[in-house]
Design a protein around this ligand. Structure first.
Ligand SMILES: C[S@@+](CC[C@H](N)C(=O)[O-])C[C@H]1O[C@@H](n2cnc3c(N)ncnc32)[C@H](O)[C@@H]1O
Length: 207
């Protein structure tokens, strides 16, 4: 758990990472549905290295390039996959997938222990290239299906940009409707800042 000294209460990304770190260990598999700048991918790799693997999707080449540079600077083995090269995910390291997260089933990723989805647009990139509710919901459904027992899915949503409110409402509606016999679902929100990012973490109790 983050300590009060080290983390601002309302900074959501450190909370998402901290809650995933609790279930990850060396050798595990993890998935980043939105690689972006690579910071979440790096976080996942640091939990599962050196014998684990991380699969990270992004539709933007620029995002995957930033992620590749960041991960290689940290010494991670990095593999690039496209829809023409969909296999070999068992290899320890970070597997970057230039494709939509909604196409997860095309890739033999296996069952991850943790999945993160940090929605919205690439920081410093094109703000019109945002995650879309339809493909986000499809990818989250796939993540929920594929997660291991006791595995966790963390979703960070941003209501403040165009289309963001609709997306977070759609995500909240799906995750709040999960069967409580099978799922524990936590929602974190800065309740006095309506535009602030939101976090959901879903843990699979039984497969
Ligand atoms: C907020 S950023 C992710 C931040 C990232 N996790 C980090 O640590 O910097 C959102 C990313 O989602 C990507 N994205 C948008 N639609 C996508 C899709 N259908 N499949 C995969 N990635 C997508 C964008 O290109 C963008 O890079």
């Amino acid at each position: 758990m983050p300590s009060a000294q080290s983390i601002s209460l309302t900074r959501i990304v450190p909370w998402s990472q901290s809650l995933l770190a609790e279930v990850l260990a060396t050798g595990d598999r993890a998935v980043d549905l939105t690689a972006g700048t690579g910071r979440d991918t790096l976080f996942l790799w640091q939990q599962v290295a050196p014998s684990g693997s991380v699969a990270a999707f992004d539709v933007q080449k620029a995002a995957l390039e930033r992620t590749r540079l960041l991960l290689q600077a940290e010494g991670a083995p990095v593999f690039l996959h496209t829809d023409k090269d969909t296999g070999a995910f068992a290899e320890p390291g970070v597997h970057l997938i230039h494709d939509s997260h909604a196409r997860w089933p095309q890739y033999d990723i296996g069952s991850p222990r943790a999945v993160i989805a940090n929605l919205g647009y690439l920081p410093g990139g094109e703000r019109s290239l945002i995650t879309q509710a339809d493909s986000t919901l499809k990818a989250l459904g796939l993540a929920l299906d594929h997660l291991q027992e006791q595995g966790r899915l963390a979703v960070v949503g941003y209501p403040g940009h165009d289309g963001g409110q609709e997306e977070v409402e759609a995500v909240g509606s799906v995750l709040s409707g999960l069967d409580p016999e099978k799922w524990q679902v936590l929602h974190l929100q800065a309740v006095n800042r309506p535009q602030a990012p939101l976090l959901w973490v879903a843990e699979k109790k039984t497969a």
